[in-house]
Design a protein around this ligand. Structure first.
Ligand code: OMP
Length: 227
């Protein structure tokens, strides 16, 4: 509910809006639904904005209380996210420079020369946090969980920027749960999001210049949103 929006998640939504990462309009999303908003994390594309994004990820992870040993960023989009978040954790005031969290990522194609293999970075071990941008159907999470388990490590949580809070499944057989809830249930791990559709709604409600978008987002939420 909007009332639960934290100051940090609202600040993040404002930041995404300023960076052009969050846009209102009409967008066809992966599910085929026509969404009145889109969150394109690929547009955090400068040193300053990725640095700030990573601070939000680091803060959300620390606030969640999830115990973890390292980060994993699935190729391609997760790679800069895991890298930058590890940097942000190392510089976070709460860790007083005492936290040097290892990270790893996968290649999409296996390499048959040099060091070989599909994994790059620190060896996967202990409790691993998967970092991604948005979960829609959860496809990329499934792959990451397999990679981590095959390496003998343990998935600890999924950390994402935006939870769209949408019901999973085809439109003619909508599930009562969201893809995020399904991921949490299927793998028995929490999904931690910096912000969610609730926070977007809270921002739209605060600002009268968004009246039209507010109605469209509310209608979409009524149709496809989870409670
Ligand atoms: P899954 O890996 O199936 O969960 O899909 C996640 C993908 O949804 C992202 O990688 C994007 O391509 C896409 N997406 C967004 O990035 N932002 C949105 O607001 C909506 C979508 C989407 O297509 O649903």
């Amino acid at each position: 509910p909007a009332a639960n929006s934290s100051a940090t998640s609202l600040e993040f939504v404002r930041f995404a809006l300023t960076e052009g990462v969050l846009r209102f309009g009409s967008f066809k999303v992966k599910s085929g639904r026509i969404s009145p908003y889109f969150f394109n994390a690929g547009l955090f594309n400068s040193g300053g904005s990725v640095g700030k994004l990573a601070q939000f990820y680091a803060q959300a992870l620390l606030d969640s209380g999830v115990e973890f040993d390292m980060l994993f960023g699935p190729a391609y989009k997760g790679i800069p996210l895991a890298t930058a978040t590890a940097v942000a954790l190392a510089g976070h005031p709460a860790t007083q420079g005492q936290s040097d969290v290892p990270f790893a990522y996968n290649r999409k194609e296996a390499k048959d020369h040099g060091e070989g293999g599909t994994l790059v970075g620190a060896p996967l071990k202990g409790k691993v946090v998967i970092i991604d941008d948005v979960i829609t159907a959860g496809t990329s999470v499934r792959e990451s969980v397999e990679i981590i388990r095959n390496a003998g490590a343990e998935p600890a949580a999924v950390l994402i920027a935006m939870d769209r809070m949408e019901r999973a499944g085809p439109d003619d057989a909508l599930s009562a749960h969201s893809a995020v809830q399904d991921v949490a249930k299927t793998y028995g791990i929490p999904v931690v999001a910096i912000a969610s559709l609730s926070d977007i709604m809270a921002l739209l409600q605060d600002d009268s210049s968004f009246a039209e978008n507010r109605d469209a987002v509310q209608a979409y939420r009524t149709k496809y949103g989870v409670k």
